[in-house]
Design a protein around this ligand. Sequence first.
Ligand code: KDG
Length: 352
Amino acid sequence: MKKNLMLIFSLLLLTVFVAACGNDKSDNTEGSADAATGDDKAASNGETKKLRISLGLNDKTPLYKSSEKFKELVEEKTDSLNVEIYHSGQIADDRSAIEMLQFGTLEITIPSTAPFTSFVPEYGVFDLPFTLKNTDVVDKVLQGEIGDELAEKASEQGVKQLAWWENGFRQLTDSKRPVKTIEDLKGLKIRTMENDIHLGAWKAMGANPTPMAFTELFTAMQQKTVDGQENPYPTILLEKYPEVQKYLTETNHIYSPFIFLISQKTWDGLTPEEQEIVESAAIEAGEHNRQLSRETAKSALEELKGQMEYNKVSDEELEAFREAVQPVIEKHKSSIGEEFVEKYLNEIKNAE
Ligand code: KDG
């Protein structure tokens, strides 16, 4: 009980602090520097609205570079909007950032879908392991009915999803041993995103999983609080995991989308013209992001092979992983929604 009160109190403190440095008109004075990207933005008529983007990943990643593309697209079309990009969890971790969008004390965040399932359980379809097999299927499913239905459900939570971006296919790293069979997972302390399906899946495969915010992950690996983690190749390379992890295991166990979320309160405060500019920029930057993410995943793997001990789990061995997680998939069909999961699995079959 005391812990919950402390959590609520610290969230309210954080919200007040961020609101104080948020859309304060005085920040829009002539020549106010953009704290994150160093651009000067003279407010044309003092009416410039600030759109701060909170990211968990650092400024070397495709996520950050595509956010810069979003900024460029918006600011070339209007003087009334000023985009600021805050990387590496400078403002908040994923879940806190989503809550701040709900309060209206932060404008934009672009997290993985996994932490968003606490707000909209249906996004959990992407956490069902070994369901999306390649990017062709991913693109068809996300651009289809499933993608549209999920975006509509997000609006019920005070946030508006403007576009699908890409985190990518997730791979395993650890500091203890190579993982060639499911038996090698036994007892490995694996950090997972804050998501019950991920937790259940790694438990079912024999690991000892710990849910943790992304902002705490590198330190936890450095201090050996966890043995390993799972993320796409660009994150593993660009967040410098080879410094604290020895083994890299290709599993492709889950495909993670990123979702471009804007506070409903922020959205409602934009003019129709500004809404059109922001939405089209989020979609166009999303196309840029998918391409950059896929190119970076290929080059990152080659670089990682020179820095870590790499192995790819054989298709035959992966069958044991798939079998182990089946009960977890069955269990979470009800928490996500049986009908929606069936629709998702059918869309995947049609796309394959
Ligand atoms: O900016 C996104 C990150 O905060 C996070 O969603 C990345 O996949 C991720 C993870 O493992 O937390």
